[in-house]
Design a binder for this molecule. Sequence first.
Ligand SMILES: Nc1ncnc2c1ncn2[C@@H]1O[C@H](COP(=O)(O)OP(=O)(O)OP(=O)(O)O)[C@@H](O)[C@H]1O
Length: 210
Amino acid sequence: MRAVLGHDLGHSFPGTGELFTGLDLEIVPGEVVALVGPSGSGKSTLLSIIAGWEQPRAGRVERRGIVTTGWVFQNPHGVARRTALDHVVLALLAQGGRRRLSEERARRIMASFNLESVAQRPFRALSGGEAQRLMLARAVALAPDLLLVDEPTAQLDMHTAATVNEVLAKIAQDNSIVVVATHDPHTRDACSRVIDLASYQATGVEGALA
Ligand SMILES: Nc1ncnc2c1ncn2[C@@H]1O[C@H](COP(=O)(O)OP(=O)(O)OP(=O)(O)O)[C@@H](O)[C@H]1O
């Protein structure tokens, strides 16, 4: 069974003190897990630890059955002149799909992210919300074993962010493990489970005396 397991994780950088400590995780495919906590609490750091890019200072991570990892960052990156559709089709072609079937599948995926009407538009002409939904649609097309999404609405106004949050549940896939770092309460609500880093902050002297 594919899973990410974290055992007694803790991390700090020089000068930060303990970001989190004693964190046990068990994340399996099929859910969209929100990683929340105040700014600077270590959400992006924990994504990197889950990905294996960063070694935790304490504890260990087990990545069972994970070969491919996909990322969606807060700033959507695409090829300016390529159409939105191409971005998804190319992801499917890269996995060995045939042109016509890949295009059909890409259109289906894009429809579920409310991107039908912009399929033929070049990436540079997409709005911020459309571009971010396209990044999510492409990530779904790539179907990585582990999909990490970092602050998908951070650069968007509230209305545009809402169009991204509306489709977030669609990134849950049968075989992918999905983790979304966010401080947007609406993004958090759109996820199926929440891990709050505030619950894993080390108890300082003030905390112990409170
Ligand atoms: N490579 C690094 N070296 C030193 N300090 C770092 C490094 N990476 C992150 N930090 C610090 O660790 C803390 C946690 O950073 P991180 O980006 O994980 O927090 P976050 O919860 O994702 O924050 P935000 O919500 O503001 O994006 C911050 O104080 C940050 O400055």
